[in-house]
Design a protein around this ligand. Structure first.
Ligand code: CTP
Ligand code: MG
Length: 230
């Protein structure tokens, strides 16, 4: 029974503004996508990685990542879609077609390139323990306000009950397949599963699993590395 990680990496990285797809942006000479894939395999729990690559860079990504798989595993690369959900759907359909023994599916953003392998292993372990859907989360540090369309505060949700969501998000393969074929739309994978009536379990996330979105985030990542992590 295989654990398969889908890696949406087809975004353009417009907010980063680096002039190339974000997944290919290097930190200390190693592209974010390479770091993300290394982390998945380093968890010791993932056999296959399916990358939804920028359409213009499928061959490049294939060459750069093929050697990262451990014995008995593989990296698969396909062209991503217009939106993140399209990329995940394409990668999921590919995985279910070419890896017939897929039992657990992770969805992990290439942009969360510094996620500790322990977090990845914890997500897989929780799915193995019987949870249909599992997400890593962090407590909310700031107070959150709900505002109306002109920016006036409507309410102040209780921060103690709020969580920031990271990836990898883990699912029983059939749970994610059913959600993606339900015709329901949602912006994140666990949200989609949740709308399909599935309970979503949480495990502790990690500050290093932050999403690289802006130049500030990239500077934080570079500082992390200069602090000793490679
Ligand atoms: N992604 C994808 N396919 C898309 C859009 C996004 O696979 N059509 C991926 C990105 O490559 C990234 C993850 O989804 O790993 C999260 O998206 P985001 O952080 O928004 O990345 P980008 O879309 O590249 O950034 P931006 O929105 O700033 O352009
Ligand atoms: Mg985006």
């Amino acid at each position: 029974m295989s654990v398969v990680a889908l890696v949406p990496a087809a975004g353009r990285g417009e907010r980063l503004g680096y002039g190339m797809p974000k997944a290919l942006v290097p930190v200390n000479g190693v592209p974010l996508l390479t770091r993300a894939v290394r982390g998945l395999f380093a968890s010791g729990q993932v056999q296959h990685v399916v990358i939804a690559a920028p359409p213009s860079d499928v061959d490049l990504v294939h060459t750069a990542t093929a050697s990262l798989a451990p014995a008995g595993g593989a990296v698969h690369v396909l062209s991503g879609g217009a939106e993140r959900t399209d990329s995940v759907r394409l990668a999921l359909d590919h995985a279910l077609r070419v890896i017939p023994d897929t039992s657990i599916v992770l969805v992990h953003d290439a942009a969360r390139a510094f996620t500790p392998p322990e977090v990845i292993a914890d997500v897989v372990a929780a799915v193995r323990d019987g949870h249909d859907a599992v997400i890593p989360v962090l407590p909310v540090a700031d107070t959150i306000k709900q505002v109306d369309e002109v920016g006036v505060v409507v309410s102040t949700p209780d921060r103690a009950a709020l969580r920031v969501v990271q990836t990898p998000q883990g699912f029983r393969a059939e749970t994610l397949r059913a959600a993606y074929h339900s015709g329901i739309a949602a912006t994140d994978d666990a949200g989609l599963v949740e709308k399909n009536g599935v309970a979503v379990h949480t495990v502790p996330g990690h500050a290093h699993a932050m999403k690289i979105t802006t130049p500030f985030d990239l500077a934080v990542a570079a500082a992390l590395l200069s602090g000793g992590q490679q």
